[in-house]
Design a protein around this ligand. Sequence first.
Ligand code: PMP
Length: 355
Amino acid sequence: MSRFLSPKYAKLEAYTPGEQPRDKQYIKLNTNESPYPPSPQVLDALTRKDVEDLRLYSDPEGAALREKLAKLYGVEPGNVFLSNGSDDILNFAFMAFANDGAVFPGLTYSFYPVFADLHGVAYDTVPLKEDFSVDVDGMKGTGKFTVLANPNAPTGLALPLENVEEIIASNPDQVVVIDEAYVDFGAESAASLVDKYENLLVVMTYSKSRSMAGARLGFGLASRPIIQDLEKIKYSTNPYNVNRLTLKLGEAAVDSDEYFRENARKIMDTREKTAAALKELGFTMPDSKTNFLFVKREGLDGGVLYQKLKDRGVLIRHFSDPRIAQYNRVTIGTPEEMAAFLEGVKEIMKEEGLA
Ligand code: PMP
């Protein structure tokens, strides 16, 4: 820390992104990226002229992409907000709407408490139930800015839309954010409720199902006044928050929507097969509706499994939080990648005297 840092940030503990090591080629199952490339339309979308046009600023309104997304989700372009990854919207939302404090589940996306701390927002957490599911009653009527990842991370569990709607409806005087980063892998989206609840903000990303984590594109769907508030924050921080190339790629992805939905189906199929194989080996896990599994094996230390797989060139995500230190989060890759992962797990179980 330099002596120049504002004291209000002195104690801020920054978010830790998953490892992106460069020392060797890993089978990368640690940051919930897609193992498949974006659609052929996305691959062919950029021309030399697009790169030449980088001399020009991007459209701060992202009008063309907003129109396409609005059509896709059955809302008006004025109900769509574009951002530099969905973290960008979450940051703006904590800045804009958490004046009375924030509430989120006790185990969830670890960036939420960081955003809260960054903006000096006091927050309460609602402990998960024994089976890792979100305590719906605990999330209702909080009287505070409320954030729910559905499906939740790192557990992978999803709530039915009915429960999500109860949470939104119970808190009419506060914004309720439904973070749907993983919704395309088998959960129900709250996008259909945007016209019904003026306090709802649905947050989505191109980073997972649409295979575009590196493009940094997220979007929010909400009532017009909420979008206007987010626009106010954006125009007060970074008006061109989505670059020209990403806007164009984002449009091509909407034009080829079926392509990524097919990929998501493939990933769900691989997920179910991987889950079954792990259960055969004695692993337990919540029922995932995401592109990852949150797994544990009695008698096999979570940190040991992580390190031994890493030594074999397979990277998964281990969390130091003592409540979940026996678990690992494993992103679903291609069938071949998952076969290599399972092979490694079996070898390690032998080494540890478990098979
Ligand atoms: N929400 C959740 C629940 C996530 O797991 C992630 C990925 N780290 C994000 C939001 C943010 O993703 P991005 O900024 O790439 O859209």
